[in-house]
Ligand binder design. Structure first.
Ligand SMILES: [Cu+2]
Length: 174
């Protein structure tokens, strides 16, 4: 095969690759979802359907004794405002953003979790001691950034299962 033929083949392959690239929005949804990966989420419909609807936010007890916490970061608050978790238990945090980039930082710890629009960030946390931890946004996200504060309440492991589901959803109601 001479150089001219190789060039023709390469050009054809390149053009065939360029066609779908220019038709990005016409690629069918399942393929698009596969390309975006399992952690993709539409930031515009968080409140309408899927994992981050309102009654799914907060702390959920898992079968193995650990807990899952789901949160949304948005200008300029974290939802729920107050998160309740048991001490000494693995916490699977799942957080996403409805708008800008935010970072949820737990005061007095090394934990800082970035929340990005369009993707779910997963983080594994654990708190040995009971008490209240102040949480704040550590990523400048706009005019109200400095008021973007919330809290995490760590209760005794034995006390946690007895608490009402509302409190696990948002302990600010107490
Ligand atoms: Cu923020």
């Amino acid at each position: 095969m001479n150089w001219k033929k190789i060039r023709t083949v390469l050009l054809t392959v390149l053009i065939l690759c360029l066609i779908p690239a220019t038709r990005y929005n016409q690629i069918d949804r399942p393929l698009l979802r596969w390309l975006e990966g399992p952690n993709h989420i539409d930031p515009l419909s968080l409140h309408l359907s899927g994992e981050f609807v309102e009654n799914n936010l907060g702390t959920e007890q898992d079968a193995d004794g650990s807990v899952t916490v789901r949160m949304i970061a948005e200008q300029y608050l974290f939802v729920p405002y107050c998160v309740l978790v048991p001490a000494g238990v693995p916490i699977h945090l799942r957080i996403t953003s409805a708008d800008a980039v935010h970072t949820l930082q737990f005061a007095g710890t090394n934990y800082a979790v970035k929340a990005l629009p369009g993707t779910v960030t997963e983080a594994q946390l654990q708190f040995a001691d009971e008490g209240d931890y102040k949480t704040a946004c550590r990523e400048f996200c706009g005019a109200g950034h400095y008021a973007m504060r919330s809290k995490l309440k760590v209760v005794a492991r034995a006390q946690f299962p007895s608490l009402h589901a509302d409190e696990r959803g948002n302990c600010a109601v107490q």
